[in-house]
Design a protein around this ligand. Structure first.
Ligand SMILES: Cc1cc2nc3c(=O)[nH]c(=O)nc-3n(C[C@H](O)[C@H](O)[C@H](O)COP(=O)(O)OP(=O)(O)OC[C@H]3O[C@@H](n4cnc5c(N)ncnc54)[C@H](O)[C@@H]3O)c2cc1C
Length: 399
């Protein structure tokens, strides 16, 4: 038995980050307990885009084929000018893209991605999965760590991974309570049956309509049975919550400057859910003794780069790799893990903020955006994304 395999680990949170972390650690032989606050493991009903780097990570975790089996393979990423209705730019993600980056760019229902990880965790002899366990605090000593749940239960192990999302309790304690940075951006989400999707928008693409202080995204899901629709706008409303019902009237009102061809899509969903969006300022330490952070708990980001979940998957690969490489020495493994991940994950966080500005540009900025992006060749787009999708990224190097 390796030293890594002797470790017991607790993962707080059973989202994409927590389950992939559990899988990565269990594959190295660790005995892992996942504590999830919800009564069931699951994901919200919405889509997600996943880049080649996420597939590299899934391959490392042993779930690449299952993930690929549930994905939809789009032809390109498209940006439309929502004001004029003109094409701004498109980036093909066809065979040359796949050949260059070694894996596809795809879209997938979140429940399918989460389900692939869930199936693998449930089938793994080293993983125990517990629900209704809301972690509220931790204690760390020289030889181990303990988490305490809301119900007062205590779970102890050699190490703890805080994968409890954007409002992480583990992070709150670890940092002394750094503030969520609310940007005033609100996302409305819906999943539309294909028959409700306007025929002239049934494109095999991840399409983004960029408008003044707003943008919307659509792409096919679930073997083309549904379409994912996300409409985001900037607002000064401060009372928007998380995963709450949204109204068609509000969303239509926010997209008044968008061409009818795109705007009419917003009339179609019978049910909208809305989220206030936020991220956090980068921090230089994710670790307190035998406790470290992963996924949104470590580096919550706006969705504009479509990379938050991809980064959580990559974190899990890196963490598992370091635990094995440092032969179970958690202090050394956590230090090396955060050293590698901080630059890459926060590059995504800061790039996402910048992309938000680009998507929501108006006036002269809009014209500059259209001119710069419209002049780019596929090769130029690929070169710009090499750091993320290509062999220089952490997960690709680790894999
Ligand atoms: C509108 C939108 C679109 C997005 N699109 C994309 C995209 O296209 N591509 C992409 O890669 N990313 C995307 N993201 C980002 C992605 O959703 C997140 O980065 C990813 O889900 C983070 O996973 P996580 O497991 O770290 O956190 P979460 O998904 O938040 O999971 C945390 C888990 O921990 C549980 N939990 C929380 N608190 C506790 C506690 N105290 N104790 C125990 N359990 C707890 C929660 O119930 C949950 O199960 C998008 C995000 C948004 C908002």
């Amino acid at each position: 038995m390796t030293e890594a395999a002797k470790l017991t680990m607790i993962v707080a949170g059973g989202g994409i980050g927590g389950l992939s972390a559990a899988l990565g650690l269990a594959n190295k032989g660790c005995t892992v307990t996942v504590l999830e606050q919800a009564p069931q493991f699951g994901e919200i009903g919405a889509g997600i885009q996943i880049g080649p780097n996420a597939f590299h990570a899934m391959d490392y975790l042993g779930v690449g084929p299952a993930g690929r089996g549930r994905a939809v393979y789009i032809d390109k990423l498209v940006m439309m000018d929502g004001v004029s209705g003109d094409l701004v730019a498109e980036m093909p993600v066809d065979e040359p893209f796949r050949a260059r980056f070694g894996n596809p760019y795809a879209v997938i229902h979140r429940a399918d991605l989460h389900g692939v990880l869930l199936d693998a965790c449930r089938a793994h002899a080293n993983i125990t999965m517990l629900t209704n366990q809301r972690v509220v605090a931790y204690e760390t000593t020289a030889s181990g760590a303990t988490v305490i749940t809301e119900a007062g239960e205590r779970y102890s192990a050699d190490g703890v991974i805080g994968a409890d999302g954007v409002r992480s309790k583990i992070r709150e304690q670890l940092t002394g309570g750094d503030q969520l940075r609310l940007s005033g951006h609100v996302a409305y989400r819906a999943v539309l049956p294909i028959e409700l999707m306007p025929e002239d928008l049934r494109w095999n693409a991840a399409t983004l309509w960029a408008g003044p202080k707003c943008h919307m995204v659509h792409y096919p899901l679930q073997g083309w049975k549904t379409f994912n629709v996300v409409a985001t706008f900037q607002t000064d409303v401060s009372n928007v919550g998380v995963n709450e019902p949204g109204t068609r009237e509000e969303i239509l009102g926010r997209f008044g400057d968008i061409v009818p061809k795109a705007r009419k899509l917003l009339e179609k969903p019978t049910e909208w859910r809305r989220w206030v969006l936020g991220d956090r300022e980068p921090i230089e330490n994710w670790t307190d003794g035998r406790v470290t952070l992963l996924g949104d708990a470590a580096h919550p980001t706006h969705q504009y780069f479509a990379q938050g979940a991809c980064m959580a998957l990559e974190d899990s690969v890196c963490l598992a790799d370091k635990i094995e490489r440092f032969e179970g020495d958690l202090a050394a493994a956590f230090a090396a893990y955060q050293e590698e991940r901080i630059v890459r994950a926060y590059r995504v966080v800061l790039s996402s903020r910048m992309l938000g500005k680009i998507y929501h540009a108006q006036g002269v900025e809009r014209k500059i955006r259209n001119s710069v992006l419209g002049a780019k060749t596929p090769e130029e787009f690929y070169n710009g994304l090499q750091w993320l999708y290509g062999g220089t990224g952490l997960s690709a190097r680790t894999v």
